[in-house]
Design a binder for this molecule. Sequence first.
Ligand SMILES: *[C@@H]1O[C@H](CO)[C@@H](O)[C@H](O)[C@H]1NC(C)=O
Ligand SMILES: *[C@@H]1O[C@H](CO)[C@@H](O)[C@H](O)[C@H]1NC(C)=O
Ligand SMILES: *[C@@H]1O[C@H](CO)[C@@H](O)[C@H](O)[C@H]1NC(C)=O
Ligand SMILES: *[C@@H]1O[C@H](CO)[C@@H](O)[C@H](O)[C@H]1NC(C)=O
Ligand SMILES: *[C@@H]1O[C@H](CO)[C@@H](O)[C@H](O)[C@H]1NC(C)=O
Ligand SMILES: *[C@@H]1O[C@H](CO)[C@@H](O)[C@H](O)[C@H]1NC(C)=O
Ligand SMILES: *[C@@H]1O[C@H](CO)[C@@H](O)[C@H](O)[C@H]1NC(C)=O
Ligand SMILES: *[C@@H]1O[C@H](CO)[C@@H](O)[C@H](O)[C@H]1NC(C)=O
Ligand SMILES: *[C@@H]1O[C@H](CO)[C@@H](O)[C@H](O)[C@H]1NC(C)=O
Ligand SMILES: *[C@@H]1O[C@H](CO)[C@@H](O)[C@H](O)[C@H]1NC(C)=O
Length: 567
Amino acid sequence: MAIKFRLVLLSLFCLVFKTISAAPISPGSSLSASNGNQTWSSPDSTFSLGFIPADPPTSPPSFIAAITYSGGVPIWSAGSEICVDSGGTLQFLSSGTLQLVNGSGDTLWDSNTTGRGVSSAKLDETGNLMLRNGTASVWSSFDNPTDTIVPSQNFTVGKVLRSGLYSFKLIRNGVLTLLWNNSILYWNQGLNSSVTTNLTSPSLILKSIGILTISDPKLATAAIFAYSNEDAEAGDILRFLKLESDGNVRIYSSTKGSGTKVERWAAVTDQCQVFGYCGNMGICSYNDSNPICGCASLNFEPVDPKDSRQGCKRKMEIEDCPQNMTMLDLDHTRFLTYPPETDSHIFFVGISACKLNCLANSACDASTSLSDGTGQCYYKTPGYLSGYHSPAMTSSSYMKVCGPVVPNPPSSLERACKKKGWKMKVWILVLVVVASLLGLTAVEGGLWWWFCRKSHSFGSLSAQHALFEYASGAPVQFSYKELEHSTKKFKEKLGAGGFGAVYKGILANRTVVAVKRLEGIEQGEKQFKMEVYGLLHQLGDLHTRAMFGFESISLQQRKRIVLCSPI
Ligand SMILES: *[C@@H]1O[C@H](CO)[C@@H](O)[C@H](O)[C@H]1NC(C)=O
Ligand SMILES: *[C@@H]1O[C@H](CO)[C@@H](O)[C@H](O)[C@H]1NC(C)=O
Ligand SMILES: *[C@@H]1O[C@H](CO)[C@@H](O)[C@H](O)[C@H]1NC(C)=O
Ligand SMILES: *[C@@H]1O[C@H](CO)[C@@H](O)[C@H](O)[C@H]1NC(C)=O
Ligand SMILES: *[C@@H]1O[C@H](CO)[C@@H](O)[C@H](O)[C@H]1NC(C)=O
Ligand SMILES: *[C@@H]1O[C@H](CO)[C@@H](O)[C@H](O)[C@H]1NC(C)=O
Ligand SMILES: *[C@@H]1O[C@H](CO)[C@@H](O)[C@H](O)[C@H]1NC(C)=O
Ligand SMILES: *[C@@H]1O[C@H](CO)[C@@H](O)[C@H](O)[C@H]1NC(C)=O
Ligand SMILES: *[C@@H]1O[C@H](CO)[C@@H](O)[C@H](O)[C@H]1NC(C)=O
Ligand SMILES: *[C@@H]1O[C@H](CO)[C@@H](O)[C@H](O)[C@H]1NC(C)=O
């Protein structure tokens, strides 16, 4: 009897406790930044609203009022990450409005719902914070997103995600866009045109299993935009789409309670294509695999030496040296964005005219010559310049600077490449000596000579030069090691054809390539050549370049020769 009674009491207690934590938030409640443990939670505590420390941390500490997923991953914040000091509060006033107030009593953000009959607030199990009149939602965080979309959130035309100067929108025809400073479109992607032409009111929805879809009354079933799901994941997982401060949109997954997120999909695969990623006059490039920001030459200096993404400034402004301007040459560099070019003048002139006409024109700050045979030249008028340097790019750019050009010192990467080139020469020399010592047959010796002479002439070129040639359409050489690296040791097989399998590879500049590893062509020179030409022919169109990767080219090693082509 006593036990039964206790049980009843216990469950009663649980019930009471549960209703308390799930109870709607009533007007007059508030949260304070100094007590991070104080939160308003969803019924099962999957989501909670409270103050979290600003990221990155500041000194003195500052806080944002955010809805977080269990573990601490934020999915919404009051006023898009407006920071308050430790005296800050989030107040749900009896007038029915929600306000973020800082220590000195200034209102920094307001839901503007005064006088709209709001009688309660509720955070539900999907992460939606609603201000309600009775049970009707007057205002919700899902309708006022900041930088994140979660499953069951309906992202429609007119809504926008923002992060710094970047914004993400869905436009009427079902196309997703990324804009810089509300003006420069640097990424857009739609469904195929047979789907998008007839849409009336598309909405973007991320399914809880990680599929990004676009639905519309005109579509029988939602059209799939992207997959970000993966088999390996188990347990309670939240997928969410976020516009990051680096201007890229990504889909992440976060395991409940972990507080960490794992990237599953990114809209812009080449981060250097994000306009303004490296700030004004900054140049984006890749070291191995990470995008890095730098200045064009020593005529420039970083705006903030601690943060290379803040861009660069001229050490001397060009207005201060009207008689002494020169053009800085930037090979394999372009200024974003084209296509489509939005804010510049386009001319059809030769490369040197592209440079010199800009120098002579006071309304021109920099220019880019495409050098792709079209003769297109883009003038950049004074304003924001976003540079992208890649050895695989044909275009050349020019920038006005004061006085003589002071080039950047060679990077450690370039130095390493030069050293490697020198080592390779020695290595090849040793090989030749060893080869002749071994007394190869006359034919084999001849072949050796032919290829080693070739390798030798390439040997001093850095990997960068090799990539440059790749861009210019000529055959390019990669070492077997490089291709092994880019294909992750021939991990992902795309298919198999005559004389070998084809693998997926990713070059340092994120170009995705197909790599064919030749096997079983050991008969002789003539057959080898025929096979290579045959493959070239198969690879087809004008944009195809063949790349030969080999460390040495003895007949036994023929099977290590690979061809690769951009896909
Ligand atoms: C918050 O909770 C943690 C652990 O639950 C505790 O150590 C800390 O003192 C609490 N902070 C405040 C301000 O109550
Ligand atoms: C509060 O906000 C106002 C307006 O943004 C600002 O001027 C003031 O310095 C802030 N006070 C504190 C303590 O952060
Ligand atoms: C609330 O109204 C003020 C003044 O009109 C406006 O500046 C602010 O952006 C509004 N806040 C929201 C969240 O819409
Ligand atoms: C609140 O809801 C009630 C019932 O739906 C409605 O009659 C009333 O006009 C609403 N109040 C406001 C201010 O909209
Ligand atoms: C999304 O919102 C729009 C406009 O409010 C509505 O027409 C549409 O049915 C909603 N879609 C879903 C899947 O809830
Ligand atoms: C963004 O655009 C506005 C005008 O639309 C301009 O005044 C501002 O300078 C731009 N920002 C940058 C960083 O160029
Ligand atoms: C366009 O998308 C629809 C539906 O997703 C698909 O059935 C159709 O084959 C696609 N057409 C093309 C040309 O890709
Ligand atoms: C789009 O609408 C036009 C005219 O309303 C119709 O002829 C066409 O079949 C529709 N296309 C699709 C893919 O529904
Ligand atoms: C590339 O840059 C990243 C970030 O700046 C750095 O962590 C990494 O070590 C660099 N890698 C190489 C190979 O230099
Ligand atoms: C131009 O630059 C050179 C050296 O950079 C300097 O000697 C000369 O005085 C400068 N002339 C003017 C007009 O500034």
